[in-house]
Write a new protein. Sequence first.
Length: 266
Amino acid sequence: MERLTGKVALVTGASSGIGNACARRFRSEGAVVACVDVNEMDAASRTGVVGDDGQPGALLLMADVRDETQVAAAVDRAAAHFGRLDIVVNAAGVAGGGAVHMMDAAEWDRIVDVNLKGTFLVCKHALRHMLTRRCGSIVNLASIEALEATEGGSAYNASKAGVVLLTKNLAIDYGRMGIRVNCICPGFIETPMTAAVFDNETMREYYDRFVEAHQLGRAGKPEEIAAVALFLASEESSFVSGHALVADGGFTAGRRFGFAKMMGLE
Ligand SMILES: NC(=O)c1ccc[n+]([C@@H]2O[C@H](COP(=O)([O-])OP(=O)(O)OC[C@H]3O[C@@H](n4cnc5c(N)ncnc54)[C@H](O)[C@@H]3O)[C@@H](O)[C@H]2O)c1
């Protein structure tokens, strides 16, 4: 059975990675989807989102989530086109950073503005529509890096920690209006974002170590996060709100020191 039949979803960051996987999965589950991104969707990313017969179930919108005027216009256009707004996934995001004493304030602003302010702006304008019908589900993309620090990750970690608390704040402010708000804390997921971070020989070594720290011994796939987003977006999670759902292949479960190997568990 399709779990989102008749639902209207808006997904930011829909041109790539996790956002794109969410748009595809939601379409396959019966939703119509407004895809919002600062970059145009290429032919590959439209596959499974835009129907063969044009785009009856998808609306492709370009907007920079840092810009309130563009966000308001995109959200209003989506709601007008499809008649309402039931689900929002905030997946637009950027990586980056560095050690604090060497970081330009502009780099800090870039990361925090996209990841945190962008999430705030999309929620703000989506809530206007959700409040009129007193229902809705918002799913924000945070990160395990919101829960644990990573070397050189100050701006990204702080932006994602902000997303977790913003999520909880929205959940308490709008719960009685029938609106659920949750976030996902993914571990390392193979997407264009992470491919760009580890795109050289030096970083490859760190890639292997980072992946090794996931207890499942592998990185995740965007589709595995889209499955979690589907759960949070759908009625299957009807009593879940204000939750930061960790989907990290065991990264934050604990540390390994080799005892498992001694016990023959590898
Ligand atoms: N890939 C991972 O390992 C991982 C882990 C934890 C959390 N996340 C988070 O998941 C989300 C998706 O990440 P991804 O790996 O799919 O990245 P990605 O780079 O593949 O996709 C991000 C999308 O966001 C869009 N975007 C960037 N800035 C934007 C802006 N200002 N306005 C509108 N759109 C903008 C990009 O154009 C791109 O299409 C991000 O918030 C990221 O921080 C990713």
